[in-house]
Design a protein around this ligand. Structure first.
Ligand code: ZN
Ligand code: ZN
Ligand code: ZN
Length: 364
């Protein structure tokens, strides 16, 4: 983590940005390891292109900032209840000589703070923080890839046990509670659990509910958590008792589409081309209209981040990018299926991180 601020400063200089201003966000965690609460009291990391970074924090939050280890990476500037934190930020920018430059503001900073900064810094112009952060966040370091590999292994182990949880008569919610326990065996947090049975499987983000599993149900299980700060996300398809009519053929198409897309991943091709590779297989098999979402999303310290694997995204894949490849086919009122693995772009190709077989598993 310690060279991230150096890389950021280089990115600021390359983009001709005077400083980056970061409120509570994944970017703040990424840069200094501090999981700040989004509060009405301002927390802000100020990183000038040249000059020392400063972490402005409400005095009552300072102990949490210290506990996070952030104070070993940057100087803390705690502010008391009657202080003006915007003045602290603009004062540090003035000391760094960048008040008249382009300033990057983290994408999700609350408008009330952005407006305050704009009023206090009339000579500056403001750009989105992602202009300088997206490249840093997208290209994972070997240490980050290791963390993603480990959390992928952890979610693989959960899927290995899912067949023992699925049988007729249980509800999606009951299965979901068991999965929650299994996720926490080797994750720190549960991010989401989708157990979508029968017709519910046709809704890609179905809310796990009280539907009772029945023989002949297809069940989409899409689950993810966080381990050591990095996210997992993996989908497999299961069937209760017997395969419903038409499902086997549909699933074979999906396996072929997912596999084709993964094999297309290598440095120098566009994100859009990976989406096209999956979509072509599904369209050729006649299911094109039933593949209703993009093929994937980047993953790291957030469950969904750049690069998005979607038509129109001409971003060139580069070593260190990590993302999901998750085509799906959804047949309203009957069932759905999605196969999802996380992959990393390597120097000459791709490394899939989830290693469980893709075949539909017949349970119960
Ligand atoms: Zn999703
Ligand atoms: Zn997923
Ligand atoms: Zn996903």
């Amino acid at each position: 983590m310690d060279d991230r601020l150096d890389h950021l400063r280089q990115a600021l200089r390359d983009s001709d940005v005077g400083a980056l201003l970061v409120g509570p966000s994944a970017d703040l965690r990424y840069l200094v390891g501090y999981h700040a609460l989004p509060l009405e009291r301002l927390t802000m990391l100020v990183v000038p292109a040249a000059g020392e970074p400063l972490l402005v924090v409400p005095e009552l939050e300072a102990p949490r900032a210290v506990d996070s280890g952030a104070s070993q990476r940057v100087a803390l500037a705690p502010w008391a209840e009657t202080d003006d934190p915007i003045a602290l930020v603009s004062g540090h920018l003035a000391a760094s000589g960048v008040t008249g430059e382009r300033l990057a503001v983290q994408d999700r900073l609350w408008s009330v703070f952005t407006l305050g900064l704009q009023a206090a810094l009339p000579d500056a112009s403001f750009v989105a923080g992602s202009e300088v952060m997206r490249r840093l966040r997208m290209i994972k370091t070997p240490e980050e890839v290791r963390a993603l590999r480990e959390v992928a292994t952890a979610i693989d182990a959960v899927h290995a046990q899912v067949p023992s949880l699925l049988r007729a008569g249980r509800t999606e919610a009951e299965v979901g509670r068991d999965i929650a326990e299994l996720i926490l065996v080797d994750h720190d947090e549960i991010n989401f659990i989708i157990v979508a049975s029968g017709p519910n499987g046709a809704s890609p983000h179905h809310e796990t509910g009280e539907r009772v599993l029945a023989p002949g149900d297809a069940v989409v299980v899409d689950i993810g958590g966080t381990r050591a700060g990095y996210c997992s996300d993996m989908t497999r398809n299961y069937v209760i008792g017997e395969l419903p009519y038409g499902y086997e053929a549909l699933h074979r198409v999906l396996e072929h589409a997912q596999d084709t897309a993964v094999r297309a991943v290598r440095p120098g091709v566009t994100a859009a081309s990976i989406d096209a590779a999956a979509r072509e297989v599904i369209t050729d098999a006649g299911y094109g209209e039933r593949f209703v979402h993009r093929t994937g999303h980047g993953i790291g310290i957030e469950e969904h981040e750049e690069p998005y694997i979607v038509a129109g995204n001409e971003e060139l894949l580069a070593p260190g990018m990590a993302f999901s490849v998750e085509p799906g086919i959804y047949v309203p009122d009957r069932y759905g299926a999605r196969i999802e693995d996380i992959v990393v772009v390597t120097d000459d190709g791709v490394e899939p991180l989830n290693l469980r077989p893709h075949e539909v598993v017949v349970c119960g």
